[in-house]
Each structure stands twice: as structure tokens, then as C-alpha cells.
Design a protein around this ligand. Sequence first.
Ligand code: ZN
Ligand code: MN
Length: 476
Amino acid sequence: MKREETAGVRIGLEIHCQLTALKTKLFCPCSSDYRGRQPNELVCPVCFGLPGTLPVLNGKGVEYAIRIANALGCKVAGETNFYRKNYFYPDLSKNFQISQYDKAGGVPIASGGHVQLGGKRVRIRRIQLEEDPGKLTYEGTIEKSSYSLVDYNRAGIALVEIVTEPDFETAKEAKVFLERLRSTIEALGVSDGELEGAMRCDANISVAGGEARVEVKNISSFREVEKALNYEILRQGTFSGTGGLAVSETRHWDERRSITISLRLKEGEQDYRYFPEPDIPAVILSQGYLEQVRSATPEVPEARAERYVRELNLAPQTAEELSRDEGLSLFFEETVRSFKKGPEIANWLLGEVPEQTRPKLTGEERSVTPQGLSELLAMLDSGRVTRPQAKEIFKQMTATGNRPSELKGSETEGVVADEGAIEKVVSRLIGEGEVAREAKRNPKAFNYLVGQVLRLEPRADPKVVAKTIARMIGEQ
Ligand code: ZN
Ligand code: MN
């Protein structure tokens, strides 16, 4: 068979994301708030899989997994089931993990979505629900450690596993995808990706020329993902360059030394002896239920940006920038209700409201209301105030919490279009003939002069200013 002659590197990702918004574990009522606790404090007979215990599926966990599936454009199964993935390892005292499977009758909760990253489409193969194993701590490095410690507080925490197709060609692409995924999942209110270990990533990497498929396990942060992938691309590239072959294996990313080390030869799926979990019945997800979840799912930034472009005429880049800030997006939408020009509101919010002022609109110290901004933008739009005036009024609004109509000050008194008044300011600036002569030959100097007049008299109508200056320097 002819091999596809595409660029050399193929990377697929497998992301494990803890549903940290859940109060309890996936199959028992133990608290899921395990960080900072004493080892083995949050455990029960179900966590350990002791004889006579039965797992009971956490319904909220199912709902949160469906939220993620919806946001990634996946198809949610009408009926899904759980499988046992058997392996003998101290992080699982049951010797199996309750997980899902996509073969031999197994149906994961969702499959077949995609994420668009600029011009690149990353396909999602499947999404599944499973339990987190316990946490092992090694003395020294993983390969030389003489003993390991195990903490089962994490055993049974709900995980959503997201598997992509091998659609990445560089480490950078993988990192960008992971960052996007994290912000999506956070916006869905199901997980806080900033928490240590809440999002973990395994990567499959193959380099053209070698037949090997290497899996790098348990990379803890996205910065480390990029480093680990680049290291592995280089390592495997060296093999194929010298005619040697990298072997298919599972490798561990050693953060401290910034290298991958061999853990074991790659398991085949048969090694896990998957079989249906007899203690959990199939889960039926009716259309009505799925509709209900869909309508309760918060809108993620990408969907919001699309809607702003489609319905409110924002430029794509403006829409994207705005929708990344949830508070500002809400403010924007409330403002649109009373002042219909979306692009003008967005430009004001992004251009005239520096980051440090945003809490004045969206935070607890909120002093500017959407109604206030509407009023201001309507004044600007109708020509009742100039832009410099509007900026000054906005400053006062943030300082006082008043609407423009409640402010007392010369700024709100309307535009000065009286040539006589403007003339006085201009003649003060022109003074002797030098400035006027310069402004006459040089358009830049002319514009500078207009700017100076507006600085001294923010209420002046810029058109009248320009006209007045032109007339006055013409007379010199
Ligand atoms: Zn438990
Ligand atoms: Mn998994």
C-alpha cells in the first residue's frame, strides 16, 4: 500500500479533564474536593471497589459531559454504557477502571465533533466518561524510585476523556488547541482548568519514516506539552534519519529533566480485557433530556463571537476579542437593547475602556450602566457632542456613577459650532505668522493645529475648527 506523502509529523491528543464543578465523585458520594486534604481521607468502600458495593452514576456528571460534547459539536449517543478497563496497578485498588469503550458493543457518550482553529479543523474522535485513578507519588525519579506512595482521594473523581484524531502537525498547534479547549470548558462551568491536575494530556506522536507510534503520558501543563512534543519529534526524527527505528511504546515526560523516558512497550487494547460493567445499567439519553441540557448550557466564547458577527454586524476580530470577556459581553448585549448600533458599542468598549477600567462596567464597583453608555453613544452619534467630549463625559461617568444627563459640567452642554468662539482659540495658537505659514504648506502641521484647538476646547465641532483655521491662515 502506498503511504501518504504528507508532512512528517502526526500528533493526536487524549485529554483528561476533571469535572471539578461536581461536588461528589462519579460513582459514590465521596467529596470531590480533594486538593490540600490528608492522603486517603476522602474514600469509601465504593472507591476501593470492596465486595458488596455498587457504583451509582452521578447524573450531574453525565450532564456536564454532554455540555462539553455540545460545545465541541459532537453527536451525543441516545444510549451509552460503561465498560471495565482492566489493569493491575496500584493507582486503582479495584484492578479495573470504570470507563467507556467504542468497540464490541461499547458506546461512548459522544463522538465525531470538531474544533476549528483558524484554517485548521481538528476532528474529535470521541468523548467518554470515566473515573480518575488514585495518585502515585514516587521517591526521586519514576524509573529509579525504590517505593511509591498512593493516595486514593482522587480515585473515582469524574473525568471526561476527549480524544482527537491525529490532526496536529506541530507541537504549537497542539498547544493552541489545548488552550482553546480549556477556555471552552471553563466557559461551560464544568471545570476549572487552572487547578493543578484538572486537565492532563497524553499525546500520540509518529514521525514519517518510522512505523512507531509513541505515546507520551501524563503531561501536566500546556507549556510542558509543547516541550514534550518537540523533544519527542526530535528524538524520533533522529531514529528515522539514521535508519534505526523508534519502537512503539509508552513514554513518560520527565518535567525536571525535560526528556521523555521509556516506561513500557505499548499496550494493545486486548491487554485491557475490556468487558461491559455489569453493575451499571445502560444510560438512556432521551431527546427531551438532551434538549433540556442544551438549553441550560452556557454559551461558549466561540459561539458568542459567531452570533455577534451574524446578528449584530461586528467584524470577526472585534467579535472574538469582545466575546472572550464574559462580563464585557453581557454589558455589550444590554447596551445593544437601547442603542442599536452594535459595532459602535463594541468599538467603544474595546477602544475607550482600558482593562483596568472594565470592573467599573462589569465588576462589583460597577458605576457605568448599559443605559448610561447608550445615552452617551446616542449623543455622540447625533453630533450633540464630539468624540473628545464624549471621552471626557465617560471619564466623569466612571468617576461619579452618573448618566450623561445627570452630569453637570460644560462637557455636556453641547457642541461649540460658533466660529467666533473658535476663532479666539485659534488666534491664541497661531500667534505670530510662523505657525500659520507652516500649517498652510504642511497638512500634518494643519492637522496638528486642529488637534490643539480641540484639546483646548473639547466641545468644539472639528469640522468648524478645520474650516475656521483654513480661513484664518488663508488671510495671513
Ligand atoms: Zn467513595
Ligand atoms: Mn482515560
